[in-house]
Design a protein around this ligand. Sequence first.
Ligand SMILES: Nc1ncnc2c1ncn2[C@@H]1O[C@H](COP(=O)(O)OP(=O)(O)O)[C@@H](O)[C@H]1O
Ligand SMILES: [Mg+2]
Length: 318
Amino acid sequence: MAESPDEGEKKGLRMSLPQKSSPSAAPGGGQSYREIAERMKQVQEEQRLVVKRMKEIPYKVAILSSKGGVGKSFVTANLAMALATMGKVVGVLDADFHGPSMPMMLGLRNVRGLLAREDGSIVPAVNVYGVRLVSVGLMLPSDDAPVIWRGSIKTTAIRQLLAYTDWEGAQYLLIDLPPGTGDEQLTIAQTIPGLTGFLLVTIPSEVSKIVVKKAAAFAEKLNVPLLGIVENMSYFKCPDGSIQYIFGKGAAEEIAKEYNIPFLGQIPLDPHIREANDNGEPFFLEYPDSEAAKSFLDIAKKFIDVVEKGNRTQAQSS
Ligand SMILES: Nc1ncnc2c1ncn2[C@@H]1O[C@H](COP(=O)(O)OP(=O)(O)O)[C@@H](O)[C@H]1O
Ligand SMILES: [Mg+2]
């Protein structure tokens, strides 16, 4: 088994957020040729490390959604835990720098600061299921500290996290992204060699053909496969047992079929989900008998089938 962070040679070095490049010594405020060359060398070295580290992880999947608030982070966190219960070693990179929610959803809100070993590698935080997490949220001094970074700093941060994190034998790396198809999505697709694919999270009401079409076009443009669709907030089971389709019914599955994208499953609306997430408790741990937790197990099974065996049709037909 991979060395756990507890056994590792933790030297107590605290990771800090990347700093803006140091003020230039060159006259006029510009960077000297030497500084630029040194920076380029460092970028090159980091990219080499990314390639090396990513080769060690067989399956690397970035989670996409067209807009915020559809439960992308919730799906990422709970899929990670469902995969872990099936014996998979899972790493999660929280690349949503402005709204990192993985520490809360994986029950790691009390972790402050990531550790680095003497060799410079970053040690992920590990949750109760053994899911390994690296998130900017773990490096912030407090929950309400904002991250004010431009695109280029975020690109650097993603590259450095990928270059230096020791995922400790992870078989899966799930990458939680901010909503949309912007800088972070592009960086992930361009930085990770052999990205296995994107997973799309939607809710029924916004599952218009346009949303899926957009994601499919984005994936195709970047030459990255769209591995599947998970529909969140699909229905609500009332206390009397009746079912309400609050955001509409069945649209995601229909459209997945039309576009030939594996439909991996539905997750109901459940007030316990919001509650657990807000309290920083992993939903999957707190409510293992809930319909949503069972859905995640089913989704994880289909996901493994698509990712590891390339079996897209079985997921489609069920
Ligand atoms: N199926 C669900 N039932 C109830 N609440 C949910 C469900 N999925 C997500 N939520 C809640 O909705 C909010 C948005 O979820 P989040 O995962 O942060 O969305 P995103 O990452 O897409 O912006 C959170 O408060 C989360 O707890
Ligand atoms: Mg999110």
